[in-house]
Ligand binder design. Structure first.
Ligand code: FES
Ligand SMILES: [Fe+2]
Length: 430
């Protein structure tokens, strides 16, 4: 049996000062409409369904050509959420990650700006940083070239022997990056003419309701998995919760999700309260829409899905509000992915809360690592065999239908189509 153990667990231990989150009136209106719709279904005892079942060619999970196309057309072209502001609260704070085969370094500069770079020395390509931490500058471990927090080439080792280097054009290759509402987004194509801020479909204006720039990053770990879409499918429905997770979450969890769409992004809510949610954070607990003067928390409840592969869930270990963020990225081959799980706490945790958070993260790593991922590896084997021509997404799995339609749409869209597909303000569909 394949055993999936966490490959890395890092303490990210970063925090910033606290202030109340603010959202635009347009974003608040969308959050309230969503909440009103949830309460309407709860009161009426109704559960909306997609118009029909969707069939999807199973080869999309196993075809290497298709996989390369998705990496190029989605992961190197679509703005991806690659870091949380609270992971890099101070100048010099950095993190590294691999996104669909591209090594990325994200650093906060002395001017407070977060920038994403290709983690590759401009001498001969070695990585200039590893893991996460804080640095005044980045010295390449291969021959010792040094780069600043803004990516500029500062010094060439033994410059007198090396020969003339044009420092102005030898800085780290930079990706277009935008930081909004506590989330850092980048397009992993240094030559793109597209502006990441213009392609977020307004989801950033809703996420601002968390005020995440002021939270504390507690830990991060990575789990290996199968094809990125198979791994991510499990985040896009609640249908499997009381069945696959009956031993961990228990058999009584609702298997119904109400889906709300914002361009390619989406949000899943349950028509009944989720266990463990305090009444102050749960719309169902309030039994009414919060008024404008109240904390926005009950309007932010549920699971948030950031296209292509991020899922965000609220938890309350020890009564303290926090977010468990899962990011699924393609691995080296069509049958491989990595899921990065990160936990951020609304307030800096004391020792007891930290222990509660560690227990929660271990539990969730076990849920995903011993229940979801082994199931997905089995599906991967079957998809690769060619013996199962299609998979089916039910009328109760509208979020999966939405996700796969957008994968298809963006894989086939031209660059020129993207502003129209993804631009504009926040929209809501359900
Ligand atoms: S590859 Fe970085 S200094 Fe040579
Ligand atoms: Fe699951």
């Amino acid at each position: 049996m394949r055993v999936n153990t966490p490959t890395t667990v890092m303490n990210c231990e970063a925090s910033a000062t606290t202030s109340a989150p603010t959202v635009t009136p347009a974003a608040r209106a969308v959050l309230e409409r969503t909440a009103a719709e949830v309460l309407r279904h709860k009161d009426a005892g109704t559960f909306p369904l997609a118009p029909g079942i969707m069939q999807l060619d199973a080869s999309v999970y196993a075809c290497p050509t298709r996989f390369e196309k998705e990496k190029a057309r989605i992961f190197r072209r679509f703005p991806q959420m690659l870091a949380l502001s609270c992971e890099l609260p101070n100048a010099g704070d950095y993190k590294t990650l691999d996104v669909a085969g591209i090594p990325v370094l994200i650093v906060r500069g002395r001017d407070g700006t977060a920038r994403a770079f290709l983690n590759s020395c401009t001498h001969r390509g070695a990585p200039v940083a590893a893991g996460c931490g804080s640095a005044a500058r980045f010295t390449c471990p291969y021959h010792g070239w040094t780069f600043g927090r803004d990516g500029a080439l500062l010094a060439v080792n033994s410059a007198e022997d090396f020969g003339a280097v044009d420092k102005a054009t030898s800085g780290l290759k930079q990706f277009p990056t935008t930081e909004r509402g506590g989330f850092i987004w980048a397009i992993l194509d240094p030559e793109t003419a597209l502006d990441p801020a213009g392609l977020l479909s307004g989801i950033d204006t809703l996420l601002a309701g968390f005020g995440l720039e002021n939270w504390t990053c507690v830990e991060s770990r990575a789990l290996p998995g199968p094809n990125w879409k198979l791994a991510f499918d499990a985040h896009l429905e609640f249908y499997h919760l009381p069945v696959l997770h009956r031993e961990t979450f228990g058999p009584d969890r609702s298997n119904q999700a109400l889906y709300f769409f914002h361009g390619p992004h989406q949000r899943l809510l349950t028509p009944i309260p989720r266990p463990g949610t305090p009444a102050t954070d749960d719309l169902h607990g309030l039994g009414r829409l919060p008024t404008g003067a109240e904390p926005i928390n009950p309007l932010m409840t549920g699971e948030w899905i950031l296209f292509p592969g991020t899922s965000i869930n609220l938890f309350f270990p020890g009564g303290h509000r926090g977010l468990f963020i899962s990011q699924v990225f393609p691995g080296e081959t069509v049958g491989q992915s990595v899921t990065i799980q990160t936990y951020v706490s609304e307030t800096p945790p004391d020792d007891d809360t930290r222990a509660e958070i560690a227990r929660l993260c271990d539990f969730l790593a076990r849920v995903v690592g011993t229940e979801d991922i082994p199931t997905s590896f089995h599906q991967q084997k079957v998809m690769a065999s060619g013996l199962m021509p299609q998979v089916q997404f039910g009328r109760n799995e509208g979020g999966l239908q939405h996700f796969h339609r957008w994968v298809e749409k963006l894989t086939n869209a031209d660059d020129a189509d993207l502003p129209e597909l993804l631009g504009g303000g926040i929209t809501l569909a359900f």
